[in-house]
Design a protein around this ligand. Structure first.
Ligand SMILES: C[S@@+](CC[C@H](N)C(=O)[O-])C[C@H]1O[C@@H](n2cnc3c(N)ncnc32)[C@H](O)[C@@H]1O
Length: 284
Protein backbone atom coordinates (compact mmCIF):
# COMPACT_ATOMS: atom_id res chain seq x y z
CA UNK A 1 0.00 0.00 0.00
CA UNK A 2 1.57 3.24 -1.10
CA UNK A 3 0.72 6.92 -1.04
CA UNK A 4 0.01 9.40 1.71
CA UNK A 5 -2.14 8.32 4.66
CA UNK A 6 -5.55 10.00 4.78
CA UNK A 7 -5.11 11.34 8.28
CA UNK A 8 -4.60 15.02 7.65
CA UNK A 9 -6.40 17.63 9.75
CA UNK A 10 -9.07 19.73 8.09
CA UNK A 11 -10.04 17.07 5.53
CA UNK A 12 -13.47 16.45 4.04
CA UNK A 13 -13.26 12.79 4.96
CA UNK A 14 -14.90 11.51 1.76
CA UNK A 15 -12.51 8.79 0.66
CA UNK A 16 -12.68 5.28 1.96
CA UNK A 17 -10.01 3.61 -0.15
CA UNK A 18 -6.41 4.04 0.94
CA UNK A 19 -4.98 2.29 -2.09
CA UNK A 20 -2.78 4.55 -4.15
CA UNK A 21 -0.98 4.05 -7.39
CA UNK A 22 2.74 4.77 -7.40
CA UNK A 23 4.15 2.31 -9.89
CA UNK A 24 7.46 0.53 -9.27
CA UNK A 25 8.46 2.39 -6.19
CA UNK A 26 11.28 0.57 -4.52
CA UNK A 27 13.63 3.44 -3.79
CA UNK A 28 12.68 6.07 -1.21
CA UNK A 29 12.70 9.56 -2.71
CA UNK A 30 11.61 8.59 -6.19
CA UNK A 31 7.94 8.37 -6.98
CA UNK A 32 6.73 7.99 -3.42
CA UNK A 33 5.05 11.11 -2.03
CA UNK A 34 5.16 9.58 1.48
CA UNK A 35 8.83 10.35 1.71
CA UNK A 36 8.31 14.07 1.70
CA UNK A 37 5.45 14.06 4.16
CA UNK A 38 6.95 11.64 6.64
CA UNK A 39 8.26 14.44 8.82
CA UNK A 40 4.72 15.82 9.08
CA UNK A 41 3.78 13.31 11.74
CA UNK A 42 6.59 14.56 13.96
CA UNK A 43 5.96 18.24 13.44
CA UNK A 44 2.18 18.26 12.74
CA UNK A 45 1.01 20.01 15.90
CA UNK A 46 3.80 22.54 15.80
CA UNK A 47 3.05 23.25 12.13
CA UNK A 48 -0.66 23.78 12.86
CA UNK A 49 0.16 26.15 15.69
CA UNK A 50 2.62 28.00 13.45
CA UNK A 51 0.01 28.27 10.69
CA UNK A 52 -2.53 29.75 13.09
CA UNK A 53 -0.01 32.31 14.31
CA UNK A 54 0.92 33.28 10.75
CA UNK A 55 -2.71 34.06 9.86
CA UNK A 56 -2.62 36.85 12.47
CA UNK A 57 -0.17 38.62 10.15
CA UNK A 58 -2.38 38.36 7.05
CA UNK A 59 -3.69 41.70 5.77
CA UNK A 60 -7.02 42.46 7.42
CA UNK A 61 -8.95 42.26 4.10
CA UNK A 62 -7.70 38.68 3.61
CA UNK A 63 -8.67 37.59 7.13
CA UNK A 64 -12.07 39.25 6.72
CA UNK A 65 -12.67 37.57 3.34
CA UNK A 66 -11.86 34.11 4.74
CA UNK A 67 -14.37 34.60 7.57
CA UNK A 68 -16.96 36.02 5.17
CA UNK A 69 -16.86 33.27 2.50
CA UNK A 70 -17.26 30.65 5.24
CA UNK A 71 -20.05 32.57 6.95
CA UNK A 72 -21.87 32.90 3.61
CA UNK A 73 -21.28 29.20 2.82
CA UNK A 74 -19.48 29.95 -0.45
CA UNK A 75 -16.82 27.27 -0.01
CA UNK A 76 -16.32 23.64 0.91
CA UNK A 77 -12.85 24.38 2.26
CA UNK A 78 -12.05 24.42 5.96
CA UNK A 79 -10.53 27.57 7.47
CA UNK A 80 -7.17 25.76 7.61
CA UNK A 81 -7.25 25.08 3.86
CA UNK A 82 -8.34 28.63 3.02
CA UNK A 83 -5.61 30.04 5.26
CA UNK A 84 -3.04 27.89 3.49
CA UNK A 85 -4.22 29.10 0.04
CA UNK A 86 -4.09 32.72 1.18
CA UNK A 87 -0.66 32.19 2.69
CA UNK A 88 0.66 30.77 -0.59
CA UNK A 89 -0.74 33.74 -2.58
CA UNK A 90 0.78 36.24 -0.14
CA UNK A 91 4.14 34.42 -0.07
CA UNK A 92 4.26 34.33 -3.89
CA UNK A 93 3.55 38.08 -4.05
CA UNK A 94 6.31 38.81 -1.53
CA UNK A 95 8.80 36.53 -3.29
CA UNK A 96 7.84 37.75 -6.78
CA UNK A 97 7.07 34.27 -8.11
CA UNK A 98 5.96 34.92 -11.70
CA UNK A 99 2.78 33.59 -13.29
CA UNK A 100 -0.96 33.54 -13.20
CA UNK A 101 -3.16 31.85 -10.59
CA UNK A 102 -5.52 29.08 -11.68
CA UNK A 103 -8.43 27.53 -9.89
CA UNK A 104 -9.90 24.41 -11.49
CA UNK A 105 -13.24 23.68 -9.85
CA UNK A 106 -14.79 26.64 -8.05
CA UNK A 107 -18.38 25.56 -7.22
CA UNK A 108 -19.73 28.75 -5.58
CA UNK A 109 -16.40 30.55 -5.85
CA UNK A 110 -15.32 30.79 -2.18
CA UNK A 111 -11.70 29.67 -2.51
CA UNK A 112 -11.24 31.80 -5.64
CA UNK A 113 -12.61 34.84 -3.82
CA UNK A 114 -10.01 34.30 -1.06
CA UNK A 115 -7.25 34.09 -3.69
CA UNK A 116 -8.56 37.27 -5.36
CA UNK A 117 -8.32 39.03 -1.99
CA UNK A 118 -4.76 37.76 -1.44
CA UNK A 119 -3.18 38.42 -4.85
CA UNK A 120 -1.95 41.61 -6.49
CA UNK A 121 -4.54 43.04 -8.91
CA UNK A 122 -2.18 42.75 -11.88
CA UNK A 123 -1.77 39.01 -11.39
CA UNK A 124 -4.48 37.23 -13.38
CA UNK A 125 -6.72 34.63 -11.75
CA UNK A 126 -8.32 32.20 -14.22
CA UNK A 127 -11.20 30.13 -12.82
CA UNK A 128 -12.34 27.00 -14.68
CA UNK A 129 -15.56 25.13 -13.98
CA UNK A 130 -18.49 23.52 -15.78
CA UNK A 131 -20.73 25.84 -13.72
CA UNK A 132 -23.39 23.14 -13.67
CA UNK A 133 -23.76 19.49 -12.79
CA UNK A 134 -20.47 17.79 -11.95
CA UNK A 135 -19.34 15.52 -14.84
CA UNK A 136 -19.46 11.74 -14.57
CA UNK A 137 -16.45 9.94 -13.05
CA UNK A 138 -14.46 7.38 -15.06
CA UNK A 139 -13.29 3.82 -14.55
CA UNK A 140 -10.18 5.19 -12.87
CA UNK A 141 -12.28 6.41 -9.93
CA UNK A 142 -13.15 4.13 -7.04
CA UNK A 143 -16.41 3.12 -5.39
CA UNK A 144 -16.31 6.14 -3.04
CA UNK A 145 -16.57 8.44 -6.06
CA UNK A 146 -19.23 6.37 -7.79
CA UNK A 147 -21.42 6.38 -4.67
CA UNK A 148 -21.04 10.15 -4.35
CA UNK A 149 -21.86 10.72 -8.02
CA UNK A 150 -24.97 8.52 -7.79
CA UNK A 151 -26.22 10.61 -4.85
CA UNK A 152 -25.65 13.84 -6.78
CA UNK A 153 -27.41 12.52 -9.91
CA UNK A 154 -30.39 11.36 -7.86
CA UNK A 155 -31.09 14.97 -6.94
CA UNK A 156 -30.73 14.20 -3.22
CA UNK A 157 -27.48 16.03 -2.59
CA UNK A 158 -27.57 18.83 -0.02
CA UNK A 159 -25.47 21.94 -0.29
CA UNK A 160 -23.32 23.48 2.44
CA UNK A 161 -25.28 23.88 5.69
CA UNK A 162 -28.48 22.60 4.03
CA UNK A 163 -28.42 25.11 1.14
CA UNK A 164 -29.34 24.05 -2.40
CA UNK A 165 -26.49 21.90 -3.79
CA UNK A 166 -24.47 24.10 -6.19
CA UNK A 167 -24.85 21.62 -9.06
CA UNK A 168 -28.62 22.22 -9.02
CA UNK A 169 -28.32 26.05 -9.08
CA UNK A 170 -29.46 27.70 -12.34
CA UNK A 171 -27.06 30.17 -13.97
CA UNK A 172 -24.27 29.15 -11.62
CA UNK A 173 -21.69 31.20 -13.54
CA UNK A 174 -23.75 34.38 -12.99
CA UNK A 175 -24.20 33.46 -9.33
CA UNK A 176 -20.42 33.05 -8.92
CA UNK A 177 -19.84 36.43 -10.59
CA UNK A 178 -22.27 38.00 -8.11
CA UNK A 179 -20.54 36.21 -5.24
CA UNK A 180 -17.23 37.81 -6.25
CA UNK A 181 -18.82 41.24 -6.56
CA UNK A 182 -20.68 41.09 -3.26
CA UNK A 183 -17.50 40.03 -1.48
CA UNK A 184 -15.85 43.20 -2.85
CA UNK A 185 -13.87 41.56 -5.66
CA UNK A 186 -15.66 42.34 -8.90
CA UNK A 187 -14.18 40.01 -11.54
CA UNK A 188 -13.43 42.64 -14.20
CA UNK A 189 -11.80 45.06 -11.75
CA UNK A 190 -9.71 42.35 -10.11
CA UNK A 191 -8.36 40.62 -13.19
CA UNK A 192 -10.42 37.47 -12.67
CA UNK A 193 -11.63 35.42 -15.65
CA UNK A 194 -14.34 32.77 -15.34
CA UNK A 195 -14.00 30.04 -17.98
CA UNK A 196 -17.06 27.77 -18.33
CA UNK A 197 -16.79 24.23 -19.67
CA UNK A 198 -15.03 20.94 -19.05
CA UNK A 199 -11.39 21.51 -18.11
CA UNK A 200 -10.58 18.78 -20.62
CA UNK A 201 -11.81 21.21 -23.34
CA UNK A 202 -11.07 24.63 -21.88
CA UNK A 203 -7.83 24.47 -19.91
CA UNK A 204 -4.99 25.67 -22.11
CA UNK A 205 -2.03 27.11 -20.26
CA UNK A 206 0.38 29.17 -22.36
CA UNK A 207 1.80 31.33 -19.57
CA UNK A 208 3.68 30.54 -16.41
CA UNK A 209 1.65 29.63 -13.35
CA UNK A 210 2.50 30.69 -9.79
CA UNK A 211 -0.32 28.86 -8.02
CA UNK A 212 -2.98 26.37 -9.06
CA UNK A 213 -5.77 25.21 -6.80
CA UNK A 214 -6.89 21.93 -8.37
CA UNK A 215 -10.28 21.08 -6.89
CA UNK A 216 -12.04 19.04 -9.57
CA UNK A 217 -12.46 15.97 -7.37
CA UNK A 218 -12.03 13.04 -9.74
CA UNK A 219 -9.37 11.24 -11.75
CA UNK A 220 -9.73 12.50 -15.34
CA UNK A 221 -9.96 16.27 -14.69
CA UNK A 222 -7.23 16.14 -12.00
CA UNK A 223 -4.95 14.32 -14.42
CA UNK A 224 -5.65 16.86 -17.18
CA UNK A 225 -4.93 19.76 -14.81
CA UNK A 226 -1.65 18.24 -13.63
CA UNK A 227 -0.41 17.41 -17.10
CA UNK A 228 -1.23 20.88 -18.50
CA UNK A 229 -0.36 23.07 -15.51
CA UNK A 230 2.62 21.42 -13.82
CA UNK A 231 5.02 21.88 -16.76
CA UNK A 232 4.20 25.62 -16.63
CA UNK A 233 4.63 25.95 -12.86
CA UNK A 234 7.27 28.53 -11.92
CA UNK A 235 10.07 27.61 -9.57
CA UNK A 236 8.73 28.63 -6.15
CA UNK A 237 5.16 28.14 -7.39
CA UNK A 238 2.72 25.62 -5.91
CA UNK A 239 0.00 23.18 -6.92
CA UNK A 240 -2.66 22.60 -4.29
CA UNK A 241 -4.47 19.28 -4.67
CA UNK A 242 -7.53 19.75 -2.56
CA UNK A 243 -8.96 16.24 -2.88
CA UNK A 244 -5.84 14.12 -2.43
CA UNK A 245 -6.98 12.83 0.94
CA UNK A 246 -10.67 12.86 0.07
CA UNK A 247 -11.35 11.08 -3.24
CA UNK A 248 -9.66 7.95 -4.57
CA UNK A 249 -9.53 9.14 -8.20
CA UNK A 250 -7.73 12.34 -7.30
CA UNK A 251 -5.20 10.47 -5.20
CA UNK A 252 -4.68 8.00 -8.00
CA UNK A 253 -4.08 10.75 -10.58
CA UNK A 254 -1.59 12.54 -8.31
CA UNK A 255 0.34 9.41 -7.36
CA UNK A 256 0.44 8.35 -10.96
CA UNK A 257 1.58 11.77 -12.26
CA UNK A 258 4.31 12.27 -9.67
CA UNK A 259 5.21 8.59 -9.57
CA UNK A 260 7.25 8.98 -12.74
CA UNK A 261 9.07 12.12 -11.58
CA UNK A 262 11.94 12.77 -9.24
CA UNK A 263 10.44 14.19 -6.08
CA UNK A 264 13.70 16.02 -5.33
CA UNK A 265 12.35 18.79 -7.56
CA UNK A 266 9.37 19.41 -5.24
CA UNK A 267 8.61 20.22 -1.66
CA UNK A 268 5.40 18.58 -0.45
CA UNK A 269 3.28 19.28 2.61
CA UNK A 270 -0.25 18.50 3.65
CA UNK A 271 -0.41 20.15 7.04
CA UNK A 272 -3.66 22.01 6.25
CA UNK A 273 -5.38 18.92 4.80
CA UNK A 274 -4.83 19.61 1.10
CA UNK A 275 -1.66 18.43 -0.63
CA UNK A 276 0.68 21.31 -1.53
CA UNK A 277 3.38 20.54 -4.10
CA UNK A 278 5.91 23.35 -4.52
CA UNK A 279 8.43 23.26 -7.36
CA UNK A 280 11.93 23.88 -6.03
CA UNK A 281 13.79 23.39 -9.33
CA UNK A 282 12.96 22.82 -12.96
CA UNK A 283 14.40 19.41 -13.76
CA UNK A 284 11.46 17.30 -12.56
C1 LIG B 1 -15.54 20.48 -4.81
S1 LIG B 1 -16.14 21.58 -5.98
C2 LIG B 1 -15.05 22.96 -5.84
C3 LIG B 1 -15.09 23.64 -4.51
C4 LIG B 1 -14.55 25.04 -4.48
N1 LIG B 1 -13.17 25.15 -4.85
C5 LIG B 1 -14.79 25.69 -3.14
O1 LIG B 1 -14.07 26.64 -2.77
O2 LIG B 1 -15.74 25.30 -2.44
C6 LIG B 1 -15.65 20.86 -7.51
C7 LIG B 1 -16.02 21.66 -8.72
O3 LIG B 1 -15.33 21.13 -9.84
C8 LIG B 1 -16.22 21.11 -10.95
N2 LIG B 1 -15.74 20.10 -11.91
C9 LIG B 1 -15.59 18.78 -11.69
N3 LIG B 1 -15.14 18.17 -12.80
C10 LIG B 1 -14.97 19.13 -13.74
C11 LIG B 1 -14.50 19.12 -15.08
N4 LIG B 1 -14.14 17.99 -15.69
N5 LIG B 1 -14.44 20.30 -15.74
C12 LIG B 1 -14.81 21.45 -15.13
N6 LIG B 1 -15.27 21.52 -13.86
C13 LIG B 1 -15.36 20.38 -13.16
C14 LIG B 1 -17.56 20.78 -10.31
O4 LIG B 1 -18.64 21.04 -11.15
C15 LIG B 1 -17.49 21.64 -9.05
O5 LIG B 1 -17.97 22.93 -9.30
Amino acid sequence: MLGIRADAPGGRGGATSSQAVVPNVDKPGVGDPRVLTASRKRSGRLAEFGARVRTQFFPRKVRRTIVEVRRRRLTYLSSARLNRLAELCLDHERAGVPGIIVEAGCALGGASIVMAASKAVDRRLAVYDVFGMIPEPSDEDGEDVKRRYAAIRSGDSEGIGGDLYYGYVENLCERVKLNFASAGYDCARNNVTLVPGLVQDTLKVDERVSLAHIDVDWYAPVWVCLSRIEPKLSVGGSLVLDDYHDWSGCRRAVDSYFGSRSLDAYRIDDRAGSLVVTKVRHDA
